[in-house]
Design a protein around this ligand. Sequence first.
Ligand SMILES: Nc1ncnc2c1ncn2[C@@H]1O[C@H](COP(=O)(O)OP(=O)(O)OP(=O)(O)O)[C@@H](O)[C@H]1O
Ligand SMILES: [Mg+2]
Length: 277
Amino acid sequence: MLLEVDKVEVAFGGGIGGGPRKLALRGVSLGLPAGRPSILAVVGESGSGKTTLTRLLLGLLQPTAGVVRYGGREVAAMDAAARAGFRREVQAVFQDPFGAFNPFYPVDRMLLLPARRFGLADSRAAARALAEAALTQVGLRPAETLGRYPHQLSGGQRQRLMVARALMLRPRVLVADEPVSMVDASLRATILQNLFDLHAQHGISLLYVTHDLATAYQVADRIAVMRHGEVVEEGDAEAVIHAPRHPYTRALVAAVPPPDPTVSWGLEDGLEGEAPA
Ligand SMILES: Nc1ncnc2c1ncn2[C@@H]1O[C@H](COP(=O)(O)OP(=O)(O)OP(=O)(O)O)[C@@H](O)[C@H]1O
Ligand SMILES: [Mg+2]
């Protein structure tokens, strides 16, 4: 596996003042395969453990039990050099990216610093050109974005900034937690297309967390369905949508509205047939 969690458990609370102990993940094994780059969508209701899973995969949280591995190596046991490689190669787009920004610096830093540090640009001008191209790709105007502080941007603009950063850095793996949750419908399709192009053109593997089964089906090779901290079903996207095995997955599929005929989602082949009478 390229990036995986292996029988991980995450417990919150239970300490002094921590409230009752709660298992956010219970025995979850999931991953992106090595070899051919792929897209794994993780869907599930609010509180099912999706963000907790992404924080584990990014090395931001330690599991209470089980192991997180990148390239077959346990992330927690990596030496400094391996960890630097992991940090460079596995990038994130967060659900609510406010916490990912340093409030004291203009947002330029988020793009310009890694461009220089990771050797993508050998001059300030080259870094700026890369940043401007990436911003334009996600529908942000460089002149109206560079020079601003995080709080001067909307949630959707911050989210797009993170996608722009990912476009620019071209990681091996992108972990995207609700990457378009704060963006309106018209932009959503464009940004998802950006992410898909990153995968298709640059061989980036993507873990895509979403509430939205329709876009999961649209972009993913495989879909994992989470509920109450467990993976209740995982498989080929086609199979999970058209022949769901778990009752919860069946309920999710049945709840997807019929496709809007004015929007091409590639869903014309029968999702509406699964809707309840
Ligand atoms: N730092 C924390 N301390 C205590 N409990 C937490 C913490 N983070 C998450 N939880 C709990 O763990 C469970 C899983 O949360 P998580 O954020 O992973 O859900 P999610 O699937 O991402 O939900 P959403 O779709 O709303 O983003 C929830 O019950 C949540 O309240
Ligand atoms: Mg979440």
